[in-house]
Design a protein around this ligand. Structure first.
Ligand SMILES: [Zn+2]
Length: 294
């Protein structure tokens, strides 16, 4: 096995684009710092809605293939070389939005056996031996079946990997503190008349919003090259995201702020620093003794 860097971060996501929206700053920072960053995306998002009219003809496998190209461009922007599709490209189909007949497609991620899908992720964990895993909360951030299933697969894989002698020291869920989301949308509402978007989304449209006290960790990116890289990575997902300045829209055309600080809740492992819950961690690897892999 080739020698891996001392610090190794694994992120598990449902569709191409989720990684850039949730973790673009984090991925860019750790890649730039020489950590090994591995992204596992569970589906190609081939049931996503397409924004640009000139690409509206793309659907199904053609859209999946196109989004694979977008993901490649996004990873180039973030400086991440190791990105994979769970079980290989096309192994699990996008399940579509909650309640649609797509959810019943036997090949979709929602219908996948969690243990068997988790075994595929355990293979990656055994190869890369990450100390840190990042994924969604049990609701998948906002209830999309593929996000819920990605959460289940990631958490189950962490358990199975630990049983197989390959424990992951820290597991985090993607979060946004409620006051940060509220503040950002209040500013956005004021700025909306000057923006190229007609309507704004609301706090309830942001995945993973929780009360501030649950936030354990923040990765700050304001004014850094990491924030620029995040915006570039989001922009690479042309079919899914339109970025304008510090704002973006998804296919619902509702403006949202780009968060250049990314927030996390530690759910497994030891929180570094203040044990009374005072200061937030500023490093996902804080408190982890890293050594070179044999
Ligand atoms: Zn998604």
């Amino acid at each position: 096995m080739t020698e891996l860097p001392a610090r190794r971060l694994l992120l598990v996501h449902a569709h191409p684009d989720d990684e850039s929206i949730n973790n673009g700053v984090t991925m860019a920072r750790y890649a730039a710092e020489g950590a090994h960053v591995t992204l596992v995306t569970c589906t190609l998002g081939e049931r996503g809605e397409v924004i640009p009219p000139e690409l509206a003809h793309l659907s199904g496998a053609a859209l999946g293939g196109h989004r694979r190209g977008e993901l490649t461009a996004a990873m180039r922007a973030l400086g991440v070389d190791d990105f994979r599709l769970l079980g290989g490209p096309g192994r699990f189909a996008d399940s579509g939005m909650t309640g649609l007949p797509d959810n019943d497609d036997p090949g979709c991620l929602w219908q996948a056996d969690v243990d068997r899908a988790a075994e595929l992720l355990v293979e990656v964990i055994r190869e890369v031996r990450p100390q840190v895993l990042v994924t969604y909360d049990p609701d998948g951030g906002y209830g999309h079946p593929d996000h819920i299933q990605a959460h289940r697969i990631a958490m189950r894989a962490a358990e199975l990997a630990a049983e197989a002698g390959c424990p992951i020291a820290k597991v985090y869920w993607n979060r946004v503190p409620r006051t940060v989301a509220e503040g950002a949308f209040a500013r956005l509402d004021e700025e909306l008349p000057g923006l190229p978007f007609e309507k704004a989304a609301g706090v309830e449209d942001v995945p993973g919003v929780v009360d501030d006290e649950r936030i354990t960790t923040e990765i700050r990116g304001e004014g850094t090259a990491y924030a620029t890289a995040k915006t570039a990575a989001m922009s690479a997902h042309v079919t899914q995201i339109t970025v304008a300045g510090p704002h973006f829209v998804l296919s619902n055309e509702l403006a949202q702020p780009v968060f250049t600080t990314e927030y996390y809740e530690l759910v497994r492992g030891e929180r570094a620093g203040d044990s009374d819950g005072g200061a937030r961690e500023s490093d996902l690897f804080a408190g982890i003794e890293t050594e070179e892999t044999p």
